[in-house]
Design a protein around this ligand. Sequence first.
Ligand code: 13P
Length: 244
Amino acid sequence: MRPLIVGNWKMNGARESAIKMACELADAASGLACDLVICPPFTLLYPLALALDGTALAVGAQDCHQAAAGAFTGDVAAPMVAETGATHVILGHSERRQYHGETDAMVRAKVETAVRAGLIPIVCVGESAAERHAGHETEVVGAQLAHSLPDNFAGVVAYEPIWAIGTGLVPTVEDVTAMHDFMRAQLLARFGAGAAQRPLLYGGSVKASNAGQLLAVANVNGALVGGASLVASEFLAIAQAATQ
Ligand code: 13P
C-alpha cells in the first residue's frame, strides 16, 4: 500500500505564507513514493486547492457538518468542502470530540455525509492517558471504531492517542504495533477482505526524528501530523521516512 502522509494544520496558517509553503511541498511531492495531503483551516481550502490544482499534493478539511445543508450557523457542509477542490476530510479528531462535544454517532453521520459528497474521510480514534493507564485502550478504540464508522466504510482510520497529541510523548513501537494490529483485525472482521487496503495512520507527536520507526510498523500505513506539518522541511522528512 502506498503510504499516506497527512498534515493537520489545525487553526494555523495565513494565506500568503500557506500558498508559498504548499507550492514548495507540491514541488517535492511529485518525486515521493507516497501520497501527501495537507488539511488547512476552511478559509484556506479554496486558495490552496486552486494553487495546487494538477500537482501531487492534495487538500483536505479538518471537519464538516453531518447535514448536507441547513440552518447551522457557523458550520460548513461536506458538499461545500468538496466544492473548494478538497478531496479529504478529517473527522472525529479528539480536539473536535473534546471541545465541540462530538460523539461517535455524530462522527458516523459526518462520515456518511462526507462520502456522499465524494470526500475521503480520515476518521480519528484514540484513548486518553487515564484510559491507557487503566488498560482500557483497545476497548476504547474498539468502541470508537464500532460506533464512528458506517457499515459501508471505505476510508482512512487514524489512531491518535490523546496523550500523545502535541506532548512529545509517543507510544512504544510495541504499543503502536499492538493497537494497529487490533484495528486491522477489527476492520477485517467487520468489512471483509477489502479492509486490508484501508490505510491506518498513526498520529501524535510524529516528527522527522521518530517517523522512521513508527512508519516501519507493519500495519502503520502513514501518519497524521500536527505541529511538524507546519514546517515544510520537517513534513517532507516525515514523508521521506515513509518511503524507506
Ligand atoms: P501533533 O503532531 O502536534 O502531536 O498533533 C497530532 C494531531 O493531532 C494530528 O491530527
